[in-house]
Write a protein that binds this ligand. Structure first.
Ligand SMILES: Cc1cc2nc3c(=O)[nH]c(=O)nc-3n(C[C@H](O)[C@H](O)[C@H](O)COP(=O)(O)OP(=O)(O)OC[C@H]3O[C@@H](n4cnc5c(N)ncnc54)[C@H](O)[C@@H]3O)c2cc1C
Length: 458
């Protein structure tokens, strides 16, 4: 581990420059600041800079470069791919959000999370394509692609980025948008944190009042029948509706809803953005009979996207794998349902997310490095490491994916790659886009200063 003395003149000079704070290993608050939300990476940086403004970020980048410290960027810690032992940049003081309703654009500071932004956009009946969980960072989610409850209506969050202020590896603060540094702007929309530290992001907003949305739970025994229903029903839906199907073992925790607490269940989740046509979408679901639990109702998009499934409510270590699926074949359905019957650690949750709709068309039309393949579904396998070891979970997850056979496409989605899948980063892009990302990286970060991430090398 790199160390830096509290008496170092360079560190003292940094302290005088910063409006934010410096935290060294034995300081109060250091452990909290070094620990990612998704507690899978144990990092012990030599120092943490909790920035208060863009100038602090410039000072932190200059300091790390001059002192030859590795440099990590952490907003919430939902997606840390590699531990930082040098200078870790945090943004707990930079979490402001402002909405210009007339231009339908939000300006977001790097520490803001999805629910911070949705609370503001809701006041103006505007939305952005947030992820499914309210405490994920807006910037990290959008830079890596960013899909969620509006994926089929609005597309990915990366497609909604209209501009960014970025501190580059040489310490310069630059603007990236359609006019200024358009190549950097292209790379930021899907290429993650590889090109600089983003200190402000501008995101285009979409007008939307209420949605019909929520989750409907049934007993797990109905999985084969309900997955087949889901395949047929979801294929009839327009891009106004985004859906997921989840098979999960609900934790017995008091925080889990009592109707499903400790049970193995299937869940159909939806977000329908045209409340007037709700009956046509919901009637087939009503015909499925009495569920164990439902909370589908007319609500603001913010209340839907701020929902945290029980398994996501705390920062326990978790293991996940995500794969694009070409189809939900009968065979794949039977295998998923069969796997779910034995579901308990080391496997706890399978989710099939419907893609299509606006995702492909918007990504194509608005450019950017995020390029989803034409696959109709995304499969997420997620297991909190509560009772099983990570090794057991990893092996069970890998077996489950192998068992699904050739419906698994082999392409990857950048935001959901684990740290040990860095060698698969190229699978998140077409060959041409990956070449272009390398080329832009060579131009903006030739020494790979920003490498503690899902790395695109120069
Ligand atoms: C519980 C959970 C739910 C999730 N749900 C979704 C979902 O619905 N949809 C989806 O697409 N993804 C989802 N993800 C994945 C998530 O979008 C990525 O992990 C994303 O990188 C998280 O960003 P963050 O800033 O919150 O996390 P961090 O761990 O703080 O950041 C991850 C990486 O993003 C980069 N980064 C973050 N901020 C900046 C910045 N200001 N400048 C430059 N680089 C930066 C850095 O490379 C950093 O290492 C989920 C992850 C978890 C754990």
């Amino acid at each position: 581990m790199a160390t830096i003395s509290a008496n170092s003149p360079a560190l003292k000079a940094l302290g005088r420059t910063l409006k934010g704070s410096i935290h060294l290993p034995r300081d109060f608050g250091y452990d909290k600041l070094r620990t990612p939300w998704l507690d899978v990476v144990d990092q012990h940086p030599a120092l943490i800079v909790d920035a208060a403004c863009a100038e602090d970020v410039v000072a932190a980048v200059d300091f790390a470069r001059t002192e030859r410290l590795s440099f990590g960027v952490m907003s919430t810690g939902h997606g840390i791919a590699a531990p930082c032992d040098g200078l870790l940049l945090r943004f707990t003081k930079m979490n402001g959000v402002s909405v210009d309703a007339s231009r339908r654009v939000a300006t977001v500071a790097p520490g803001a999370v999805s629910s911070d932004l949705l609370k503001e956009t809701e006041k103006h009946q505007l939305v952005y394509p947030a992820g499914q969980v309210g405490n994920v960072g807006v910037t990290g989610h959008a830079l890596g692609g960013g899909i969620g409850w509006l994926v089929r209506k609005v597309g990915a969050a990366a497609n909604s980025i209209v501009g960014a202020d970025v501190v580059l590896a040489d310490g310069s603060l630059v603007r990236a948008d359609a006019e200024k540094n358009p190549d950097l702007f292209w790379a930021l929309r899907g290429g993650g944190g590889n090109f600089g530290a983003v200190v402000s992001l501008e995101i285009a907003l979409t007008p939307m009042a209420d949605v019909i949305g929520g989750e409907i739970y049934f007993p797990l025994e109905r999985a084969p029948e309900l997955l087949r229903f889901y395949r047929e029903w979801s294929s009839t839906l327009s891009s106004d509706t985004s859906t997921v199907f989840r098979l999960l073992a609900v934790p017995p925790a008091i925080t889990s809803p009592h109707e499903i607490r400790g049970k193995k269940v299937c869940m159909i989740g939806l977000c329908h953005t045209e409340p007037e046509s709700r009956d046509a979408v919901l009637a087939p679901l009503d015909a499925l009979g009495e569920p164990l639990r439902t909370d589908v109702k007319r609500r603001s998009f913010a209340s839907l996207a701020g929902l945290d499934p029980a398994s996501h409510s705390s920062g326990t270590p978790a293991y996940s794998q995500t794969e694009y699926l070409d189809a939900l074949s009968d065979d794949a359905i039977d295998r998923l349902a069969g796997l779910a019957e034995t579901m308990m650690p080391p496997l706890m949750q399978f989710e099939v997310q419907q893609l299509g709709g606006a995702l492909a068309s918007v990504s194509r039309d608005r450019g950017g490095a995020f390029e989803p393949p034409a696959a109709p579904y995304l499969l997420h396998l997620v297991t909190p490491a509560v009772k099983a070891s990570m090794t057991e979970i990893a092996s069970a997850t890998s077996d489950a994916v192998t068992a699904l056979g050739d419906v698994v496409t082999g392409k990857k989605i950048y935001n959901f790659l684990r740290g040990d899948e860095i060698h698969r980063v190229s699978d998140a892009f077409s060959a041409a886009s990956f070449d272009r990302l390398h080329e832009i990286k060579r131009r903006y970060d030739p020494a790979n200063f920003f490498h503690l991430n899902l790395n695109v090398t120069p």
